[in-house]
Design a protein around this ligand. Structure first.
Ligand SMILES: NC(=O)c1ccc[n+]([C@@H]2O[C@H](COP(=O)([O-])OP(=O)(O)OC[C@H]3O[C@@H](n4cnc5c(N)ncnc54)[C@H](O)[C@@H]3O)[C@@H](O)[C@H]2O)c1
Length: 253
């Protein structure tokens, strides 16, 4: 029996990168999974690599749309009969210095990274309230809540805001048996990072991590699995840092 046997999960931003790691781990542990993403191609690639009868569905969606968030919640209940876990992992991390950030870019980053959490939470709440239980997990970052770097003003603000939402929501939703937590990954080596950062930059990031390597999607997925599992039933309103010790390192060794 897997640690999520019988559970139904939504993983938004699950088509690739960290989200794909979460989808894979949840399925391995017996969950049924609805993937929400705007990247149909990556979702198709991911699903093609899964076992033939894996209990998985895909909903093409934009996480900034309230209607799309309602649609994925309805799909989970329609396909699998219930909704136990929301994992809102979709996020973007453009790198722009404050002086160059347009209002449009600022609004877009805040919408994809922060408003998305509010919309997905609201969409999943009715089903979890009816059941009297639920797990909500949001992917934040160490960037914002703990540290930052040049070019990440909007990103850091969105992720710090997410932690504020997690704390508020945990109090409001506790009476319904719903826990609300977050993930704070450090630097995780995904295709998006490989594409957007130079090899020299990536090597520099590795040197700043006491454990000597960047994180993997599986590292983050394991923390997400823990928060989604029964082992974490008394944990709410908090975040887990998954960074190989990066934020406690005062200076590079
Ligand atoms: N990779 C890292 O080093 C790192 C570190 C800390 C936090 N994070 C966070 O982890 C999460 C995943 O990052 P990743 O590195 O796997 O990135 P990624 O780009 O590989 O994956 C993000 C996913 O979100 C989807 N997405 C983006 N905008 C969307 C939208 N409007 N609607 C629906 N889906 C949308 C993308 O299509 C993609 O599948 C993000 O929230 C990111 O901020 C990443």
């Amino acid at each position: 029996m897997g640690r999520l046997a019988g559970k139904v999960a939504i993983v938004i931003g699950g088509a690739r990168g960290i989200g794909a790691g979460i989808v894979t781990r949840f399925l391995e542990e017996g969950a049924s999974v609805v993937i929400g993403d705007m990247d149909e191609e990556s979702a198709a690639d991911l699903m093609a690599g899964l076992p033939e009868f894996a209990p998985v569905r895909f909903v093409r969606m934009d996480v900034t749309s309230a209607a799309d968030n309602r649609r994925i919640a309805e799909t989970a209940e329609g396909a699998f009969g219930r909704l136990d876990i929301l994992c809102q992992n979709a996020g973007i991390y453009p790198w722009t210095m404050i002086e160059d950030v347009s209002e449009e870019e600022w609004d877009h980053v805040l919408a994809v990274n922060l408003k998305s959490a509010f919309l997905s939470l609201r969409a999943c709440l009715p089903a979890m309230k009816r059941q009297g239980s639920g797990r909500m997990i949001f992917t934040a970052s160490i960037t914002g809540p703990r540290v930052s770097s040049p070019g990440h003003s909007h990103y850091a603000a969105s992720k710090a805001g997410l932690v504020g939402l997690i704390r508020s929501a945990c109090i409001e939703l506790a009476p319904y048996g719903i826990t609300v937590n977050g993930l704070e990954p450090g630097n995780v080596l995904t295709d998006a990072i490989t594409r957007s950062r130079s090899p020299e930059f990536i090597a520099g990031m590795e040197r700043s991590v006491p454990l000597g390597r960047l994180g993997t999607p599986a590292d983050v997925a394991n923390a997400c699995l823990y928060l989604a599992s029964d082992d974490a039933s008394y944990i709410t309103g908090t975040t887990i840092v998954i960074d190989g010790g990066q934020i406690v390192c005062e200076s590079k060794p």
